[in-house]
Write a protein that binds this ligand. Structure first.
Ligand code: SAH
Length: 391
């Protein structure tokens, strides 16, 4: 195994179990590792720090998969997957009669940077974000089979879009077990059609389960607008909770088709779909809606575009604030990892001041426990939301 030595003092984050080694922290490398190799990392005074995957891409050179000096063998992969599964059992997701969709594995927070696995009623969709992780996908699949046994119906590898482009020329998404590309799942008793072959990400936004339930709590007899609705998660909850009318907007036609399908699956009425750009749609909608949901895609994916993200979130929130009815509620979100809680709050506050509306902050929202937040890896806290009451 290639050995990597860090500059003096650069071991501190690893001793705190932060799993990223930046290129600038590296003093020397014994051997010539290539993308995806498993390497071991040592401090300047040659103390073992961890084992990780090497990648020559932006500035994160090694992602640590073990802080212990262990064999990276079948048992290693099984233990990681099984620990994640046991935890989802503790938080009552693995055997829940109302919900059979959850995130089984959430990268760094579950101890394997670059590995995402979502569970859709026995169908598992795997997304690797590093080539080192993808090289081990057979081990991961083997561990998944052992953990789920006869409950496992499908393993679909959907890593083509999430791996660095220059490394994926010969890679294709595909089935490792089974051949089903879609299914219907239950989330808090609501039915959702999931198409992991054609859909965005792994097919569904698993991270909004609890925030959708909170929207339901406020939706009875209300006129609700769900922007950036994707497959209509928030819309289904609002309709089912007795909203007077729900409007869903997304720029993607396939997403709107699935939204319609989900409304139908749940036998709901009082719903209208709009395939449109949210900013255009909002233009002329003053005093129509009691509740507006804003869940845009990550406006900032890297630190360089943080300022543009600020402008995007501010403009969107300001538009919604200006047009919402009196005594209305805005559910506003950001899933951009580089926009932290404070920046998001300040951005929304700036929109509030600009709009001239009087606002109370009712709730601070986040990601659910199957997307765990760990103190050693602050970057994992990506979903932020606020519920605003607008006088
Ligand atoms: N709220 C959704 C997830 C939103 S993901 C849920 O609970 O499932 C972001 C969505 O925004 C994607 O479906 C994408 O197609 C859509 N989108 C991106 N830009 C848009 C725009 N300018 N107007 C409307 N929709 C947009």
């Amino acid at each position: 195994m290639t050995k990597i030595y860090l500059n003096k003092g650069k071991e501190t984050p690893l001793l705190r179990r932060h799993p990223w080694v930046f290129s600038g922290a590296i003093k020397s490398t014994e051997g010539k590792p290539v993308d995806g190799d498993t390497v071991s990392v040592y401090s300047a005074d040659k103390k073992f720090l961890g084992i990780g995957h090497y990648q020559v891409e932006n500035s994160i050179r090694v992602r640590i998969i073990s802080f212990e000096e262990v064999e990276i063998d079948e048992t290693f992969w099984f233990n990681k997957i099984n620990t994640a599964y046991t935890f989802r059992g503790i938080i009552e997701l693995t055997d829940n009669k109302n919900t059979n969709v959850y995130r089984l594995f959430f990268g760094e927070a579950d101890g394997l940077p670059g590995l995402i696995i979502d569970f859709y009623d026995g169908h598992l969709v795997v997304q690797c974000h590093t080539i080192g992780m993808h090289r081990n996908i057979e081990h991961i699949a083997h561990a998944l089979k052992k953990v789920y046994g006869s409950k496992l119906k499908t393993i679909y590898d959907k890593s083509k879009e999430t791996l660095p482009k220059h490394l994926t020329e010969n890679l294709h998404n595909g089935f490792m077990i089974g051949d089903t590309g879609n299914t219907v799942v239950k989330e808090n008793k609501h039915l959702f059609y999931i198409d992991w072959e054609r859909g965005q990400k792994t097919g569904f936004f698993v991270d909004q389960r609890e925030n959708r339930a909170l929207l339901a709590h406020y939706s009875k007899n209300k006129t609700v607008l769900n922007t950036f609705c994707y497959t209509g998660g928030f819309s289904v909850y609002a309709c089912a909770a007795g909203a007077k009318e729900v409007h869903s907007v997304d720029v993607s036609k396939p997403a709107m088709e699935i939204t319609d399908k989900n409304i139908e699956l749940n036998k709901l009425t009082n719903h209208k779909s709009f395939c449109a750009d949210t900013f255009d749609f909002l233009e002329d909608k003053k005093d129509v809606y009691d509740i507006i949901v804003l869940d845009p895609p990550a406006f900032a994916k890297s630190r360089d575009v943080k300022h543009n993200a600020f402008k995007g979130y501010k403009r969107l929130n300001e538009m919604a604030l200006r047009l919402i009815k009196s005594n209305g509620l805005i559910f506003t979100f950001s899933c951009s990892g580089v926009v932290d809680k404070a920046l998001f709050y300040n951005t929304v506050a700036a929109a509030v001041f600009e709009s001239g509306r009087k606002v109370k902050v009712l709730h601070y929202l986040s990601q659910p426990a199957d997307h765990p937040i760990t103190p050693n890896f602050a970057e994992g806290e990506y979903l932020k939301g606020l519920v605003l009451y607008v006088e």
